[in-house]
Design a binder for this molecule. Sequence first.
Ligand code: ATP
Ligand code: MG
Ligand code: ZN
Ligand code: MG
Length: 470
Amino acid sequence: MESEKMDENEWRYHGEGNKSLVVCHTQRCVVLRFLKFLPNRNMTTEEVYQHLQNILDFGKHVMKQFLGENYVHHGEVVQLPLDFLKRLCLRVQSERPESRCEKEMDVSGYAMCLPNLTRLQTFPFIERRPIFCIEIKPKCGFIPTSPHITKEIKKKVCRFCMHQHLKVAKGKWKRISKYCPLDLFSGNTRRMHFALMSLLQESQNNLKVFKNGELIYGCRDDQEHLSDLNELAHHLKPFFFPTNGLVSGPQSTMCVLKEFIQVLAATMLSTSVDTGRAGGFKSVPVSQGRNYCEAGHFYTEHLRNGKHKIETSGLPKGSILYKTLQAQMLDMLDIEGLYPLYKRVEKYLEECPEERSTLLLDGPYDETFFEKLKDLSMEDNGSVEFAVTKIQQYRVAMTAKDCSIMIALSPTTQEDCFDQKSIIKTSRSSFKYSVSILDLDLKPYESIPHQYKRDSKIVSHYLNREEPAL
Ligand code: ATP
Ligand code: MG
Ligand code: ZN
Ligand code: MG
């Protein structure tokens, strides 16, 4: 970026995760995404640059192929003046939530520049109208079936629901969420609505709402008002439930939220913006696993009401949920089946360390890399090649289990005459919308042993938890 034009006062803190910190421009629709490190990290500027370039390539040549051209914005790596970075770092520090401050923003000189997806819209001339953006981190939407699984519970209860117990026990969250990813990914309207309502009620880090680029709901545990559903409904009401004040109070809040949820579910099932071209990729076999989770609240409440058949409708091909789930299901062996393959590769590398680059373990993440992912065969011939292919597919799946879906909504009126395909209509409202996916960082090869340990920790905590008294 042109250094004389960089003024830290034009940027403000936008948000952060575990790996990166994001600032947004106050006028233009762009963000800068910086890496974050523990204070004693030892990555050189050159390594930071290479890492960002890998993230970009992975988004561009791998995830884009899976998820579709229109859903993915891979951005560009930019170099920034050091004095600008120092001042920017100071400026955003006070805005950061304390729980995230263990890591520091990287100020070595490079960042990723991306479109601001909370403000992104394809029709610039409706900019006068408000724009809402809903960010959902859906997590893993299927139950694994791998024969390598040793704990039966993993075939009944989904990872998210098990992990909730550990997170609450560790004090990360106060309450267990009723959200279960299998409900969201079921494609069934009632289950999806239940999942979205549960996300609104206990959003944790799985749901945020932005209005005109500003966070108005979710995920700032240090700010109570950001979890007040009445306040959220108040923001939404004029656009989602335009009545002349006939309904008010808690009833009104519920009506508005229901309308909102209906719109969200519709955008996630829509197929109009799909331009996926998974380059001759055969779709991953539909999971043979059960389509519900035994710990899911929809399921348990359903049973309590004496209904026995759980509904699934399946997802429309090309919808964002379908695409995300397909990528997630590239994890076909489960970490328990994958870990021995990791050890096979490690053993091989001990003997021939010079082979590391031939195996493409650290990229480059280009078309050749993508081509190699296409081999879905499950027959292990004992080779290092088989092990590497499964590891790479697992890494793609992990990325898809950790990404966020961004839904941008802008109210339209009957008079607006757009391409009807990109409009969501309900009986009360109509919105121009766009859907994208962010946070498509590749998961490192080195993190596999950590994933393996974490899996067993989550499962054993779940099995040994104390059942809440009924
Ligand atoms: P995680 O801990 O989930 O891996 P991360 O450290 O990889 O997160 P991101 O999820 O990429 O970081 O970014 C952190 C937050 O910043 C996001 O949850 C989102 O709210 C916001 N954000 C990131 N990229 C963009 C973008 N292009 N436009 C708008 N907001 C963004
Ligand atoms: Mg994230
Ligand atoms: Zn579940
Ligand atoms: Mg991430």
